[in-house]
Design a protein around this ligand. Structure first.
Ligand code: DER
Length: 231
């Protein structure tokens, strides 16, 4: 089964298990979440209110004809469904491969439950086992050089790279007008909760792609067409 089909299996199962008429749902960003939106539309559920986590997520909601809201009008969500770049054995996540982690974390934090949907390649024992692009860190543009210097200093020992755009000259600019630094690491991260706090405290850092203690539910689509639930 293709990776896309694995993503679809995970997303469909999560929607079937958690989304009901009247649900208030945070819609993540990336490629897997598209299948969750497709499934919500396919089920024809009534009065489902969707809050996006990016321009891409907004487009998915609008194009599916679902009710679009925001956190000003819907500040408390029942669930957020979102993808992940990696999930470790303790449910620490790396997110931000698509550069949307700031709004994703805000919306997930505004939800009673964050549900991760992914293909099987995203499940790891330790962070970094499968995801090799590092920790995405959203930074204020004027601060990216000092932030990079701090990340590569002995206090962090990371290898930061400014994320450059592919179809545009220069750096990637997020939906919030910021840059992304991908902080690579060669050995397993220790004390991830503390690392997430320490990175966040560097002046100029807006948000990290380390999601800690934010979920205990993840669906992983498998190549045999089954879906593995980690909870
Ligand atoms: O950028 C993000 O945070 C995405 O949610 C990412 O973590 C998962 O993207 P994918 O569903 O395309 O793998």
């Amino acid at each position: 089964m293709s990776l896309d089909n694995c993503k679809k299996v995970a997303a469909y199962k999560a929607v079937d298990d958690f989304v009901r008429d009247g649900s208030k749902v945070g819609i993540g960003s990336g490629s897997t979440i598209k299948y969750a939106v497709d499934r919500i539309k396919e089920l024809g559920l009534k009065n489902v209110i969707c809050v996006p986590t990016s321009f891409q997520s907004t487009q998915l909601i609008v194009e599916a004809g679902l009710e679009l809201s925001d956190l000003s009008r819907t500040p408390e969500l029942d669930i957020t469904i979102d993808g992940a770049d990696e999930v470790d054995k303790d449910f620490n996540l790396i997110k931000g491969g698509g550069g949307c982690q700031l709004q994703e974390k805000i919306v997930a934090y505004s939800s009673k439950k964050l549900i991760i949907v992914a293909d099987y390649t995203k499940e790891s024992t330790e962070l970094g086992e499968n995801w090799k692009k590092g920790i995405p860190i959203e930074v204020v543009p004027m601060a990216y050089v000092p932030v990079m210097k701090k990340l590569e200093s002995s206090s962090f020992g990371l290898s930061p790279k400014l994320r450059m755009a592919v179809n545009k000259a220069g750096p990637v600019v997020t939906d919030n007008g910021n840059f992304i630094i991908d902080a690579q690491f060669s050995k397993p991260l220790s004390n991830i909760p503390q690392l997430a706090i320490d990175i966040k405290m560097i002046p100029g850092v807006v948000e990290t792609g380390l999601f800690v203690n934010m979920t205990k539910t993840a669906y992983f689509g498998q190549t045999d067409g089954t879906c593995k639930l980690k909870s």
